[in-house]
Design a protein. Structure first.
Length: 154
């Protein structure tokens, strides 16, 4: 049986109270595809709204902290670390978020949420230059710890 479902099929929040506290981490990535003039602005004098990369970095951290408010079956957890890496590439910005925690449940959703929120904030910062920007390829790339152990995207 899927643990997030009652025997009747209704969704429920899993009870993690008896699980051991262990060190866990998760890394997620995504991309914001933008026009060449946005790439030039991000590499040069910046965009009209201000420091787009700084805003995206802070938004990612804030997003990881609010994951349990946004994703209905996520437990609130005490993040111990959030690392955000933003790389301006020729076609856009590669976003990577790594979250760490010592808790009873994993941080995959926090890492994914951090990427999504960073991408949305970055889109907001560049939309005057490129309203057609596309947030894409949000995916988990690695996780460590927990009952299911370590995993890496092939």
């Amino acid at each position: 049986m899927f643990r997030h479902l009652r025997p009747s099929g209704e969704a429920r929040m899993v009870d993690v109270g008896e699980k051991a506290i262990t060190a866990r981490s998760a890394t997620a990535r995504g991309r914001l595809l933008v026009a060449p003039d946005v790439v030039a602005a991000l590499r040069g004098e910046g965009v009209p709204k201000g420091d787009a990369l700084a805003v995206a970095r802070i938004a990612a951290i804030a997003g990881t902290k609010r994951t349990s408010d946004l994703i209905p079956l996520c437990h609130p957890i005490g993040l111990t670390s959030v690392e955000v890496d933003l790389q301006v590439e020729d076609d856009g910005v590669e976003i990577e978020v790594t979250c760490r925690v010592a808790d009873r449940t994993g941080v995959e959703m926090e890492a994914l949420t951090g990427v999504a929120v960073a991408g949305l904030a970055l889109h907001d910062m560049v939309k005057a230059l490129d309203p057609a920007a596309v947030l894409t390829d949000i995916r988990l790339v690695a996780k460590t710890g927990g009952r299911s152990g370590d995993w890496r995207r092939p």
